[in-house]
Design a protein around this ligand. Structure first.
Ligand SMILES: C[S@@+](CC[C@H](N)C(=O)[O-])C[C@H]1O[C@@H](n2cnc3c(N)ncnc32)[C@H](O)[C@@H]1O
Length: 274
């Protein structure tokens, strides 16, 4: 690893709180994000940056016969992923590897499909990552990439402090070398990395009081929890005051109550190695 390929300091951290948030996020959004992703029995699939296995359990459920290989740089996350899959899908065929996706210990063209979810946004050089991943994909094989874009968050009641809090998270992530607005860049990045037939489909989450499970599972437990978790860093960096921050977070919670509404768009890209 060198300065451009080493992971950016992971802005959300590896705490228990973050592991729970990733699980809530994946479970709440499973249908929205995994719809259309199913790999044939016997195909070899690489999940790059599996984290605590929050997506792995859904990959296993939707592609029961596929041979999944899940990698992450964090040994602690891999251990949690293994445990999650063992508990939720006993007998699932998953191989685990601690590895850097920029320098994978696999032969060229050794996978039929690649799956990468919520990883590129944390990397200093996502183009280099996609190019490195292409090496292990067979010609004709697909890569699926899913990312959010915090610029797509809007809500009612509107709140300048809530918008500012989201902006502080975007700045902190950029300061750590990542890009919380990467969803809109997936098409050009995949093009530039040499993939063909790139298609990007936005997947929108919209919650109001008729969708209480989404208001709780997404607006509160996923999005607001993610912003809330960087409060100490935002105050310490002098981006905001404690009072403004607390009001911004309270205003985000308010969008999950009563007449509140919340909108966010994820971007799901599928492309082919020529
Ligand atoms: C936000 S988590 C997403 C985890 C999972 N894909 C999900 O959607 O729940 C990002 C993960 O990417 C991993 N990661 C970051 N840089 C990496 C690298 N160079 N190689 C492998 N994994 C990496 C981190 O350790 C972290 O577990």
């Amino acid at each position: 690893m060198n300065a451009t390929t080493s992971p950016a300091p992971y802005v959300h951290g590896y705490s228990e709180h973050e592991a729970r948030r990733l699980g809530d996020q994946a479970d709440t959004l499973a249908e929205l994000l995994h719809a259309g992703t199913g790999y044939p029995a016997g195909s070899r699939v690489l999940e790059a940056g599996c984290g605590v296995g929050a997506q792995t359990v859904h990959l296993v459920a939707s592609s029961p016969g596929a041979r999944l290989v899940s990698v992450d740089v964090s040994g602690a996350s891999l251990a949690q992923a293994r445990e999650r899959v063992r508990a939720q899908s006993p007998g699932a065929d998953v191989q685990w590897h601690r590895a850097d996706l920029f320098d994978l210990p696999f032969a060229d063209a050794s996978f039929n499909h690649l799956f990468v979810c919520f990883v590129l946004e944390h990397l200093r050089d996502p183009l280099k990552a996609l190019t490195a991943l292409r090496r292990v994909l067979r010609p004709g094989g697909t890569i699926t990439v899913i990312e959010g874009d915090h610029g797509s968050a809007f809500f009612h009641p509107d709140s300048a402090r809530a918008r500012a809090a989201i902006g502080h998270l975007v700045r902190l992530q950029a300061g750590a070398g990542g890009d919380a607005l990467i969803g809109r860049r997936l098409h050009p990045l995949l093009d530039a990395a040499g993939y063909g037939h790139v298609t990007v489909r936005p997947r929108t989450v919209y919650a109001d009081r008729t969708r209480p499970a989404l208001a709780e599972g997404f607006t509160r437990a996923t999005f607001t929890a993610m912003v809330e978790a960087v409060g100490e860093k935002a105050v310490a960096a002098g981006l905001t005051t404690r009072a403004d921050w607390d009001q911004g977070i309270a205003d985000l919670h308010r969008t999950a109550e009563g007449d509140g509404t919340f909108h966010y768009t994820f971007f799901k890209a599928v492309a082919v190695r020529p």
